[in-house]
Design a protein around this ligand. Structure first.
Ligand code: 3PG
Length: 398
């Protein structure tokens, strides 16, 4: 009697079921948080199923009646060297890797374009409160039109959803404005070097405000982050306190954004794209009155005239580009959270900062001293080390 139990059908859901879902883990960008609560089931399940277990035979010895001692069933199992199941798994994994690679490349590319146009606009039109508002307005308009025309399915939300989104949107607004104010005062590369210190804020807030504890390796990874950022700040040729503080406030705000979003969105079923769309809408409502109060239409009108006189009528396309690319890169980053773990996201975000720092230095001819570059490299390396701390240490985070 021969039974052969192939597991190829089982391997597919085993892999897919482990794709982290931001709706249950964290809906928002979580790169500032310690890599939380995401046991690597993916690897575990692959380890157990990548070589399908075949039960080669189930043999009965003796009669089933009468012989008590010899009556037994022996199952012989072996690992198949290669099987259909294994190829299917490999194909799925390769497809997943290609998809993640595509998301990352798109995210970084869009982010670099945003940063370049944002800085070009701010150089000619130094009103970060308005440009921040326009970025959110562009995203909101794009998504409202997409929902109205059924290009994208509108999310099914209730009052509870919007209530839980409010603190997230508030923190997102503060972080966004603060980063833009920073970029209006200092080089894009400097803002992003300081922003690479975000994990340090995450750990410090978690430790001293939420009472979380972390393994020593996490605290040690903060040393190069803090030391590198400090060295880069001290040796920055065009240091400006408002620019520095803007990036620091942005770091702090984004830590709280991630904490609130993790708490507020547990169990909700809004896709990454729609979650970010709702976040943009609410942030726009929060920001608009403040932008009017801080800068205001009179200042904007005069500034606009100057910018157009200096750059030309195509200045409006720069503003459009910075606004649209801001929404697009954020949307792709939130969509990628549907496909990847927060840990992978964290690494992707660190790599993104490197591409922004390098490309902005080249494009804007930012003067960089060797010691300044060394500080930036140490900080980014520290962020990378931090993201390598095994996620199993964070099961109870937040
Ligand atoms: C913003 O304007 O919101 C910040 O530049 C965001 O930066 P990040 O997405 O690179 O953290």
């Amino acid at each position: 009697m021969i039974f052969s139990l192939k597991q190829s059908n089982l391997t597919i859901p085993a892999c897919n079921s482990n794709i982290p879902n931001h709706r249950t883990h964290s809906p928002a960008k979580s790169f500032v948080s310690p890599p939380f609560s995401t046991p690597n089931f993916n690897k575990l399940s692959l380890a157990s199923t990548s070589k399908p277990l075949h039960v080669s035979s189930i043999q009965t010895f003796g009669s089933l009646r009468g012989l008590e001692c010899d009556d037994r069933i022996v199952c012989k199992a072996y690992e198949a060297d290669r099987s259909d199941g294994e190829f299917v798994v490999e194909k799925i994994e390769a497809g997943k890797r290609a998809k993640i690679g595509f998301y990352f490349a798109t995210w970084w590319f869009l982010n670099v374009i945003f940063n370049i146009y944002n800085k070009k606009v701010l150089n000619a039109f130094p009103y970060p409160w308005l440009t921040s508002t326009l970025s959110l307005a562009a995203g909101s308009a794009i998504m409202l039109i997409s929902w109205a025309t059924k290009v994208a399915e509108a999310p099914n939300t209730d009052l509870e959803f919007w209530k839980s989104l409010f603190p997230v949107a508030l923190a997102h607004t503060i972080g966004h404005v603060a980063a833009t104010v920073s970029m209006s005062k200092v080089a894009v590369s400097f803002t992003h070097i300081i922003k690479s210190g975000e994990p340090a804020f995450s750990v410090l807030v978690s430790r001293f405000i939420l009472g979380e504890t972390f393994p020593m390796s996490v605290y040690l990874s903060l040393l190069p982050i803090i030391g590198g950022c400090g060295l880069a700040a001290l040796t920055e040729l065009n240091f400006n306190m408002t620019g520095f503080m803007g990036a620091m406030i942005s770091n702090l705000a984004f830590v709280f954004r991630n904490i609130f979003s993790k708490r507020g969105m547990k169990g909700k079923s809004v896709s990454g794209m729609n979650y970010y769309a709702c976040l943009s809408l609410l942030s726009l409502l929060i920001l608009t009155p403040f932008a009017i109060a801080v800068e205001g239409p009179k200042v904007w009108a005069a500034g606009w005239q100057n910018a157009v006189a200096e750059i030309g009528p195509h200045f409006i396309w720069w503003v459009a580009a910075q606004s649209i690319f801001y929404h697009l890169y954020n949307q792709v980053s939130y969509m990628s959270l549907d496909e990847i773990s927060p840990l992978t996201f964290s690494i992707g975000n660190t790599m993104k900062r490197i591409s922004v720092i390098v490309s902005s230095i080249i494009i804007f001819h930012t003067p960089v001293q060797p010691i300044n570059a060394l500080g930036a490299a140490i900080a980014v390396f520290g962020t990378f080390l931090y993201s390598q701390v095994p996620s199993c240490f964070y099961f109870n985070s937040f």
